[in-house]
Design a protein around this ligand. Structure first.
Ligand code: SF4
Length: 325
């Protein structure tokens, strides 16, 4: 039986707006609105969706950079949803984040030696001196840099090299679970595949589990075992990679797939496109949140919220007409 490293149960993260653009009325931005899934050891779940759909907030809520509003985050059998900061510290070693922007996520005043090694010292994993130097050079070499880079500063590296530093920093504490928040979207396409390959190699060597967040379905295809598609704070479809690409069943997933450029136009699948803007996640549409943009919407869609149906083993779709359209 596969070991679950993470169980997310009906997780919500709302941000309250007071005295804001709603003329004094208190309201909530429903950034994450009832997400549930399990992640297994050594697995990668790719999470995709348009900008503002809540995928980064979900990742940050899972690792407790944000306090969940409701729901449960169970990490290796322990409910960490509401534990105190002092209880979180030992867990921080096991859960890490790789950020999107390798330019702003590294402190320009710190050299690689400090960026990668400071967490080792603060968690008391190594002593200053040779042990520290050996451990930092070991990590940066695993991540494809050389030990002579240790005394250099972020501005002396290319974008791809800076992201290698970001990965080395995340892996320095030997975590088991890593949230990768758009880790390649700021990089040139030619560098993206190098970083993705590095992350897959490290996953195999270190037995890591990834939640890989991206707005780009062609990027998550490369690295994921399963893929979840998010819309307005909710996961509307989740399936194994092959099943999702061969049998996309939610109209929103189909629209995202249509947007992927394909070199050979003869292989392009014709799918109904969507139009219009993503609605506000303050006043989310009633019923199915996607009904304002869905080309298949019927009367029921604006009145009744659809359930999460399993249309094939492990393939879940939140749509009244899943498997029929
Ligand atoms: Fe479209 Fe209705 Fe399905 Fe929502 S429930 S995705 S509006 S068909």
């Amino acid at each position: 039986m596969e070991e679950k490293i993470l169980e997310i149960k009906n997780l919500r993260k709302y941000f309250s707006i007071k005295n804001g653009f709603l003329r004094g009325a208190a309201a909530n931005v429903k950034a994450v609105d009832g997400v549930s899934f399990d992640l297994y050891k050594g697995e990668t779940i790719g999470l995709v969706g348009e900008s503002g759909c809540g995928k980064s907030t979900l990742g940050r809520t899972i690792v407790r950079l944000y306090e969940p509003t409701e729901g449960e985050v169970i990490f290796k059998g322990q409910d960490i949803s509401h534990i105190k900061k002092s209880q979180l510290k030992p867990l921080r070693k096991q859960m890490q984040l790789i950020f999107q922007d390798p330019y702003s996520s590294l402190n320009p005043r710190m050299n690689v030696n400090t960026i990668v090694g400071e967490a080792l010292l603060s968690h008391g994993l190594v002593k200053k001196g040779q042990e520290y130097v050996d451990r930092v050079s070991e990590i940066i070499e695993i991540c494809g840099l050389s030990s002579y880079h240790m005394n250099r500063y972020p501005h002396q590296f290319s974008g791809g090299q800076r992201q290698r530093i970001g990965i080395a920093r995340a892996l320095a504490l030997s975590p088991e679970f890593v949230v990768c928040d758009e880790p390649v979207s700021a990089l040139d396409v030619s560098i993206q595949s190098q970083i993705l390959n590095l992350m897959m190699d490290l996953q195999e060597k270190m037995g890591l589990s990834y939640l890989f967040i991206s707005h780009d379905l062609s990027v998550v295809k490369h690295i994921s075992n399963r893929i979840g598609v998010m819309y307005l704070g909710s996961v509307v479809e989740m399936a194994k990679k092959k099943e999702l690409y061969n049998n996309p069943s939610h109209p929103y997933t189909r629209a995202l797939l249509t947007a992927i450029p394909i070199a050979n136009p003869m292989k392009r699948k014709v799918m109904a496109a969507i139009s219009g803007e993503i609605p506000s996640n303050v006043n989310t549409p009633p019923g199915c949140k996607f009904h304002t943009r869905c080309p298949y919407a019927k009367e029921i869609c604006s009145k009744v919220a659809p359930e999460n149906k399993e249309i094939n083993p492990g393939h879940y779709v939140v749509c009244h007409f899943a498997g029929e359209i």
